[in-house]
Design a protein around this ligand. Structure first.
Ligand SMILES: C[S@@+](CC[C@H](N)C(=O)[O-])C[C@H]1O[C@@H](n2cnc3c(N)ncnc32)[C@H](O)[C@@H]1O
Length: 426
């Protein structure tokens, strides 16, 4: 909204800078761990129970105190760890895969590398290192879609020799130059990324998008809402306790998102996933390229997966909102349907992370890296990382990969199949 206002209004550059700085860098974190809970309580008191999607949005991306907005939540000292943070090998395999698919498309330039929700910037950094190694960075640029001002500056420190918040000369809110000398841009939304042949990656991005939750009672679906819980604890502490309630009537989202013939008793749908996947498909179809979606999830069978993580432990999503990550499994069936709803787009997968990584040659990269190391402790650590990414009881099975191409590539794939997706069953 703010971005749209700024773009549609002719402001004096100084005024523009003042407003933008107020909304970005200078917006300090609120030092009150109950801030989000108080805010949600006031919202419910004024307007009634929130949908789970409204609750997630407030908790994760509230500009003042949202979970993602002012801190680094990744790594051992944070709340969870992701594959790119475990080992550089993960990003390297994705980079090699992207280069291979780019070459199959005829090596078009300029190349727009796009990452949605880049966290610490580690995956993009590993991808750029490989692109640089294979000398494919000529006429390439990196475009990061990131809502968090804090994480955008962490990404800039990781990726750039220099970066600045921008004035009103385009939709990017930050620009920089990477260590390899290519331009890097930051945006609030994918819609703002300029046109160009696209290599898009979204790793653990879709699971963070707000979901609506529905529950079937006596044969009828109701939407799950979040209300203040004053039942057992009417004293002051109870003010910040929340509970799930069911909508009395059909909500607008229930009417739109629950399809006829739904057999599950509990359903979660993220409307933003549908919107963003359609945008990705339209972009790939119009401009050429590929998108690779990696996340944990199911193929239309998941039920009650909404949960929270704090210090690597699963916690109650309604406790101390804003202090723990909220997530829900990605519905890959819905994502595929959404990609396929755009004409002339080809969606492959999902395949498991294990299948994708082994088919793209992770074992060889692992052996090559191991041969460069002498220290036994270091080798053991690398082996643990390899196992963690690929073992079926760790990340190997739970994490899935989905690829999106323009359907004109179909003919080429008959001769040169898409590596990593041989096990695709759908
Ligand atoms: C779970 S973290 C994953 C980070 C990284 N991809 C990784 O795997 O290490 C989610 C990332 O998405 C960003 N994010 C969450 N919601 C977003 C949204 N609606 N638009 C853009 N970025 C978002 C967060 O700030 C964070 O960078």
């Amino acid at each position: 909204m703010f971005q749209q206002l700024l773009r549609s209004t002719k402001l004096h550059p100084k005024t523009f800078k003042l407003i933008r700085n107020y909304y970005t860098v200078k917006r300090k974190a609120i030092n009150d761990e109950h801030y989000v809970a108080k805010h949600i309580t006031q919202h419910i008191q004024a307007k009634g129970p929130l949908t789970v999607a409204e609750y997630m949005r407030e908790v994760l991306v509230n500009p003042m105190a949202g979970y993602y907005m002012h801190k680094d939540m990744l790594g051992e000292s944070g709340d969870f760890i992701t594959s790119p943070e475990i080992t550089q090998m993960f990003g390297e395999m994705i980079a090699v895969w992207l280069i291979n698919e780019w070459q199959k498309a005829g090596s078009p330039r300029p190349i727009h590398i796009i990452e949605l929700g880049p966290g610490r910037g580690t995956l993009s950094n590993d991808i750029l290192n490989v692109f640089n190694h294979f000398k494919v960075l000529h006429k390439a640029s990196l475009h990061l879609v990131e809502v968090s001002p804090f994480l955008s500056s962490a990404q800039a420190r990781r990726l750039c020799i220099q970066s600045n918040l921008t004035t009103n000369d385009g939709p990017a809110y930050r620009r920089g130059i990477s260590h390899h000398g290519i331009p890097v841009f930051w945006y609030n939304q994918l819609e703002d990324v300029p046109p160009g042949f696209t290599l898009l990656i979204a790793h653990e991005f879709f699971d963070a998008l707000p979901i609506h939750k529905f529950h079937k009672v006596h044969g009828n679906f109701k939407e799950v809402l979040i209300d203040i819980d004053t039942k057992d604890d009417p004293d002051i502490k109870g003010e910040y306790k929340f509970r799930y309630v069911l909508s009395r009537n059909d909500t607008p989202m229930l009417q739109v998102l629950i399809t006829k013939g739904e057999t599950r008793d509990h359903v979660e749908v993220a409307p933003d996933s549908i919107r963003i996947s359609k945008l990705i498909a339209e972009r790939i179809k119009k401009l050429g390229g590929v998108a690779l979606i990696c996340d944990y999830g199911h193929f239309g069978t998941g039920t009650d997966t909404f949960r929270a993580f704090k210090q690597h432990k699963q916690v109650d999503p309604l406790m101390m909102p804003g202090t723990a990550d909220l997530t829900a499994d990605v519905d890959f069936k819905l994502l595929c349907e959404s990609f396929n709803s755009v004409k002339d787009v080809l969606c492959l997968g999902p395949v498991t992370q294990r299948d994708f990584l082994l088919e793209t040659g992770l074992e060889y990269r692992f052996e090559a890296l191991k041969n460069t190391i002498k220290d036994a402790k270091h080798i053991a650590n690398l082996t643990n990382c390899y196992n963690y990414l690929t073992d079926n009881d760790k990340m190997g099975e739970r994490f899935k990969f989905l690829a999106v191409f323009p359907s004109v590539m179909k003919k080429i794939f008959e001769r040169c199949p898409v590596i990593g997706f041989q096990a695709a069953v759908h």
